[in-house]
Design a protein around this ligand. Structure first.
Ligand SMILES: Cc1ncc(COP(=O)(O)O)c(C=O)c1O
Length: 468
């Protein structure tokens, strides 16, 4: 064994103690860690031929890079849709690194950690009250979950028209029809990656008023114009600018009349199901063919963690899409359940472990309280904005997202305000757009956020407005 590796192995306890201490100090101070930092690091040296060992590497990391680590997992990072990490999720994630399993199959070549993944998928179905006729698996994020689901949808679309797309490609396939009202940009990216074309979406109007949900009558009219051709419908459970939901009961009713693959992007919206008050928003979603759920958002586990659910009845199509059976060194994987044949990646870390830890630790009640708390706080912020003379809401606060703007301000002023607000480092938000109007959005998905954080944020907004 190389002498530097040997030395590190001999002092592994000291190394882990150092990491534990840094972890504790970061987590203890997380409320004060700036929510944005300067994108600057001091120059590093070329790769050391001999290697300097883990302790000096750790020291160099702390000296050069610690300053760029933001409080993005803290309570006032409201950009994008950014969750944090529950204590139990951190435990599971740490162990996933230490155990370093390659979660592929159940009867694999020694590593059967997929058993944990299968059980975790089951726990998630319990949490979300989804039926057990969904088969699920873990991928890196909602983008990849959308990709996975839409890849199977594409295979289905070919299949019902006599083309095996995974074998033949799209060359012999009739035109692919994809319908959606407010698809997330990642679903569009997935369409591009899958050769279905990012501009190929048939855009269906949204409901009238301040809604981003699909207008069901317009949807049906467009379906009829397809003259019986099969299509893919991408629907939304939680739009990013207003947290709006398509009407899943109404879409379920269309299933008996028309032939389509129904995909729901429920990246964060899925978790409304944990709340008796909000679960009606997903009524009827169990009839979908595939659902995207992000775990590194409202489930509050570390990046990279998302799950897809696909109806088990589509298993053959799923295997046809992701089959990886022509490599003798993998053994006869056709006989055993293996994730290799069910999703894009081959080798994967044990992503399910942080989810398993967090679900076991906090149960449905824990997640109900996270979801309801975030929604209540978003409403509190929304009410404050509504009353503010210089601010206005862009969209109703339907859920955990507050989209707002500066009254009578042009786009340059809005950008300037947002940059100034973010650079103060106390709260972080990202640009938003609603019904063609530009603004700022705050998405609350972190388990730590509490009423004082709203007070800090409103104070920061006020101070920034004064400096503008
Ligand atoms: C509705 C929705 N779908 C998909 C995504 C993409 O998620 P990820 O960045 O985890 O791939 C997001 C991210 O915000 C989202 O809100």
């Amino acid at each position: 064994m190389n002498s530097v590796l040997k030395r590190d192995l001999d002092q592994i306890g000291i190394l882990l103690e150092g990491i534990k201490n840094e972890s504790l100090s970061f987590l203890k101070d997380i409320n004060a860690v700036p929510t944005s930092t300067q994108p600057k690091v001091s120059p590093g040296n070329p790769l050391d031929h001999k290697g300097k060992g883990a302790i000096p590497a750790f020291e160099e990391f702390m000296e050069r890079f610690k300053s760029v680590i933001t409080g993005s997992s803290g309570p006032r990072y409201w950009g994008y849709v950014t969750g944090g990490s529950t204590p139990a999720a951190i435990m599971g994630d740490w162990l996933a690194g230490v155990y370093d399993q390659n979660t592929q199959g159940i009867k694999g070549n020694g590593d059967i950690s997929a058993l944990i993944e299968v059980e975790t998928v089951d726990l998630l179905l319990d949490l979300l009250d989804l039926p057990k006729d969904f088969l699920g698996g873990f991928v890196t994020g909602a983008m990849m979950s959308n990709f996975t689901c839409l890849a199977i949808a594409r295979q289905w679309l070919g299949h019902v028209q006599g083309v095996d797309i995974s074998r033949e490609g799209l060359y012999n396939c009739p035109k692919i029809n994809v319908l959606s009202a407010t698809p997330h940009s990642s679903a569009i990216k997935a369409l591009a990656l899958l050769g279905m074309g990012s501009t190929n979406i048939i855009q269906i109007p949204t409901m009238e008023g301040n809604r981003e949900a699909i207008a069901i009558e317009a949807l049906e009219q467009h379906i009829q114009e397809l003259n019986g051709a099969p299509f893919i419908l991408i629907s939304s459970a939680g739009t990013v600018n207003s947290g709006d939901f398509d009407d899943f009961k109404a879409i379920s009713a269309l299933r008996s009349k028309y032939k389509f693959w129904w995909h729901i992007d429920a990246a964060f919206g899925a978790f409304v199901n944990c709340s008796p008050e909000y679960k009606h928003l997903v009524n009827g979603w169990e009839k979908a063919d595939s659902i995207t759920v992000d775990c590194h958002k409202w489930l509050n586990v570390p990046y990279e963690n998302a799950v897809f659910f696909v109806k088990e009845k589509h298993n053959k199509l799923q295997v046809a899409t992701f089959q990886n059976s022509n490599a003798p060194y993998l053994g006869d994987i056709s006989e055993n359940f293996t994730y290799l044949n069910l999703l894009p990646e081959n080798s994967r870390r044990l992503k399910a472990l942080p989810v398993w830890f967090s679900l076991k630790s906090y149960g449905k009640e824990g997640y109900q309280s996270i979801v309801e708390n975030n929604i209540e706080l978003a409403q509190k912020l929304g009410k404050w904005i509504e009353k503010h003379p210089q601010l206005e809401l862009l969209a109703p606060v339907n859920l955990n997202i507050v989209s707002f703007t500066l009254k009578n301000a042009d786009s340059v002023t809005i950008d300037k305000f947002l940059n100034m607000l973010n650079s103060r480092g106390k709260v972080f938000m990202t640009p938003g757009m609603f019904k063609g109007k530009k603004g700022i959005r705050a998405a609350l998905v972190n388990w730590r956020t509490n009423p004082e954080d709203i007070d800090i944020a409103t104070h920061e907004i006020e101070a920034t407005l004064k400096l503008l």
